[in-house]
Design a protein around this ligand. Structure first.
Ligand code: AP5
Length: 209
């Protein structure tokens, strides 16, 4: 199964992706995670991407499309992928269609995790992540990861000003993909403003898993 995860920053895409990986063993590709690793390792891609990410702007399409064209051909994607954070523009969505068509792997669904902006600002400014295992948690977890004991940290782009800009960028550049996938009958919306487990139960039902 090949799934695109759509939704505003902080809607819970990463949280639902982790559950899909745990339950169904799909390959999770998060462009945000790849870019953050590139920034941390100071690769050429990371150096190009950092200033856009710090401002909450999108990294240019050509960098992302080149990155994904290579990533989606890796052997671990053969049984199915969850694309988290890609595509984010119509140009990227068209490029993805071309990539999947070359690989002979159709897209099954674009899962939209839908949450109101006010809820999102609160979620993201209190989000904390584990440096070691990538666990997504919140400030209430304290300084150590509840999963592995690693150090919990706040992402550079989770301050309120950057979160608000990310939401504006989402509305302008990414929200049009809702109509794009509605048009091809792939859109599967779920209400993301419930507990993660309730959202996941709906995800499983909506995708007939
Ligand atoms: P990226 O890493 O993709 O960030 P994002 O889309 O802003 O999404 P987030 O990771 O912030 O949120 P999420 O929806 O995964 O929520 P989560 O599950 O963590 O991108 C970062 C940057 O990289 C971009 O701004 C851009 O610069 C660049 N980039 C990436 N891809 C790109 C692309 N394709 N093109 C161009 N640029 C690109 O949950 C959030 C919080 O809420 C957590 O604390 C979690 O515990 C909590 N939570 C989750 N679900 C629930 C729930 N149901 N109830 C209560 N709390 C919940």
């Amino acid at each position: 199964m090949n799934i695109v995860l759509l939704g505003a920053p902080g809607a819970g895409k990463g949280t639902q992706a982790a559950k899909l990986v745990e339950e169904y063993g799909l390959c999770h590709i998060s462009t945000g995670d790849i870019l953050r690793a590139a920034v941390a390792n100071q690769t050429e891609l990371g150096q190009k991407a950092k200033s856009y990410m710090d401002e909450g702007e999108l990294v240019p399409d050509e960098l992302i499309i080149d990155l994904m064209r290579e990533r989606i051909q890796q052997p671990d994607t053969v049984k199915g992928v969850i694309l988290d954070g890609f595509p984010r523009t119509t140009t990227q969505a068209v490029a993805l269609d071309t990539m999947l068509s070359h690989l002979g792997r159709p897209l099954d669904a674009a899962l939209l995790v839908d949450v109101e902006p006010d809820v999102i600002v609160k979620r993201l400014t209190s989000r904390r992540m584990c440096r070691d295992c990538g666990h997504i948690g919140s400030v209430s977890d304290g300084q150590n990861c509840p999963e592995c004991g690693g150090e919990m940290y706040q992402r550079d782009d989770d301050n309120e000003a950057t979160v608000r800009n990310r939401l504006e960028v989402y509305e302008t550049s990414t929200a049009p993909l809702i109509d794009y996938y509605k048009g091809s009958d792939k859109l599967v919306p779920v209400d993301g403003d419930r507990t993660p487990d309730e959202v996941f139960a709906d995800v499983e039902k909506s995708l007939s898993l």
